[in-house]
Write a protein that binds this ligand. Sequence first.
Ligand code: HEC
Length: 262
Amino acid sequence: MEEKNEVEVGVSRRNFLSGTGKLIAGTAIASSVLAGQADKAGAYAFKNGFKYTKLDPKEVGKITYENYFKRWCASSVVAGFVELLQKKVGGDWNTFPIDAMRWAHGGLAGWGALCGTLSGAGTIIGLCTSDTDVAEEMVNDLAFIYSYNEMPAYAPAKPIKASIKNMTMSSTPICHISVGRWMKAEGAAFLSNERAERCARVAADIAMAACQMLNDHVDGKYKAKHKPLFNVAANGITSQNNCMDCHGQNVPAADTYATLEK
Ligand code: HEC
């Protein structure tokens, strides 16, 4: 199912919401468009006092990695940015509650759902971009990076908990599958120093990738690599693209249901 990564679908959030793109339906977004005024539906503007300034991705990665062993995945990504933004920008960052998202570790308090590194990075992206479409494009790109790269790539100068050998591709942003694939390759338990080391490095990878996007945005050169709402459009249901991981050979087709006009 990975090749779907490369498929371009002729729909962007803006024309998706205004009804000019190929319309996929049965989603909350599509039905809210129908219920309201399609022409006016669009990403809402967002403003706050948290200012972003370009950061060194390596520094962000290092702070994230070091924080992991105290704060776990989501909060350590947040810390990787906030500790530097407090020094370089100050203002509202000085009182930013880094640990507000500590519940997001283990894919939501151990439920193995969304990898906490993405919740953490998404929070920073959400704060540091005023255009909601851009925020969504970045988070979407980040989910693709997370899913289709072998990780962890981050190599600490001095490993804090353990040396580890394997990098694995998750094909999904789901914590359980991502960490499970790596555990199988490494032969390590979840409650082990090796697995903690792996997740700390993944956190650094994701923080660095998010930092690069935000830096590019400051320079006016961030461009989305993937279509927003790509998976909904391509699959007819909110989804990752690793259908067979859960459905085996019998992946149900979403278009067996009555759907809005395409
Ligand atoms: C993380 C696991 C997981 C992944 C990955 C996943 N699904 Fe599902 N999906 C489910 C479960 C569980 C259900 C509920 C099915 C049930 O209870 O019978 C479901 C339901 C569905 C349904 C509605 C029920 C039906 O039988 O028509 C469709 C359509 C569907 N999935 C399509 C997909 C497609 C297409 C993909 C890949 C793009 C995908 N799924 C990926 C777990 C998953």
